[in-house]
Design a protein around this ligand. Structure first.
Ligand code: KG4
Ligand code: ZN
Length: 358
């Protein structure tokens, strides 16, 4: 079985063809450069750029897979959550193809695609514990099966990726911030500045990154003679030290909250074996090494998608499409794009309104 996956919910226009034998036949990703000077994604620019490029990206994907459009068995697309202009462009393209080729259409939750793609390259069975950390979302979940999630905790303010991007902007490192902060952090001293670990001692698995970002802002302001962040005069050394301290604080918070989640997971899902990290921030090698260490200490297996499949791509959509198609989970062509789409909307909540108490 072959599935075409289309992704356009943020600032990547992407498509890929993946088989149920876990082969990637082709993958095309265009990262929009339009947002570089803005420190974040500008929705209107993103939608326009998706519209301009989506047809050529899909053509290129078929061409490099050396197959004809008629050869795929289903068309999958990220139908939300995300920037509605971009999501609509992808959904319209996918519906048009499904209709023209008379193939099943699969409207996917973008977050589910992040959640499942680790299974493409690893032997991971359900259920598994998942840290999903991207630019717009940050959650700890149990993945019980295709379309079945139990949320144990979520960020109450910023997503971790958003915090990486904002810290990078304050330090003049450009967008997207995560990769640059990671690069600078590798050169820095992670004990030089004292930064908070928000919600560290709360009894649940919820997360918060807004206070951490504000604490970084205060440090950067202290380098400006007039307290205006844009006027801060910093040496490369100072920037590297801030990045290292910030990155360590994020990883400390994640590992601490995951310790609680692991206790809950082991008690309630005794067959579960894996902790998986997914989403753009999962590309961070320091975070991956901290999670590997956590798994070694708690006797879980650690898994993550390859770095190039952590940030948005078409492969994750095509693979989630394969998983849906295997279970005959197809969508109606009337499906409307969804700017908001919680992963666990049909699932019963875990103990306590704030998530798991451990
Ligand atoms: O999953 P993704 O591509 O898009 C969303 O669905 O949001 O995630 C993008 C986010 C950005 O905030 C980016 O800064 C972050 O992932 N990111 C990283 C790294 N690479 C990308 N954060 C930390 N370290 C990285 N190496
Ligand atoms: Zn994403």
């Amino acid at each position: 079985m072959l599935v075409l996956g289309i992704e356009s919910s943020c600032d990547e226009t992407a498509a890929a063809i993946v088989s149920d034998k876990k082969e990637i036949l082709s993958s095309t990703v265009l990262t929009q450069s339009e947002h570089k000077n803005f420190g974040g994604v500008v929705p209107e620019l993103a939608a326009r750029a998706h519209l301009e490029h989506i047809d050529e990206i899909i053509d290129e994907t078929f061409k490099s897979a050396h197959i004809a459009p008629q050869d795929v068995d289903a068309i999958a697309v990220a139908a939300g959550p995300g920037l509605i202009g971009g999501v609509t462009v992808g959904v319209m393209a996918a519906k048009a193809l499904a209709l023209a080729l008379n193939k099943p259409f699969i409207a996917l939750n973008h977050l589910e695609a992040h959640a499942l793609v680790a299974r493409l390259g690893n032997d991971i069975s359900y259920p598994y514990l998942l840290l999903l950390t991207s630019g717009g979302h940050c959650q700890i979940l149990v993945v019980e099966g295709v379309g079945q999630f139990k949320r144990l905790g979520t960020t109450i303010d910023d997503a971790a990726g958003e915090a990486f991007d904002k810290v990078a902007k304050m330090l003049g490192l450009g967008y997207p911030g995560g990769p640059m902060v990671e690069k600078m952090a590798a050169l820095g001293d992670d004990s030089r500045f004292v930064l908070p670990r928000p919600l560290y001692n709360s009894p649940d698995c919820d997360l918060s990154f807004s206070g951490l970002k504000t604490a970084v802002r205060k440090i950067v302001e202290s380098y400006a003679p007039d307290g205006i962040i844009e006027h801060a005069i910093m040496r490369k050394r100072d920037i590297a030290d801030i990045c290292a301290c910030f990155q360590k604080a994020v990883a400390d918070v994640f590992t601490h909250k995951l310790e609680k989640a692991i206790r809950y997971f082991k008690t309630n899902y005794p067959d579960g074996q894996h902790l998986v990290v997914a989403g753009g921030v999962a590309a961070n090698l320091y975070l991956r090494s901290r999670l590997q260490e956590l798994c070694d200490n708690t006797k879980l297996l650690f898994a993550a998608p390859p770095v190039n499949l952590c940030t948005d791509n078409g492969v994750m959509i095509a693979w989630a499409g394969v998983e849906h198609a295997i279970h005959n989970m197809f969508s109606d062509l009337e499906f409307k794009p969804r700017p908001r789409w919680p992963l666990d909307e049909n699932a019963p909540k875990a103990a306590g309104a704030g998530g798991v108490k451990a």
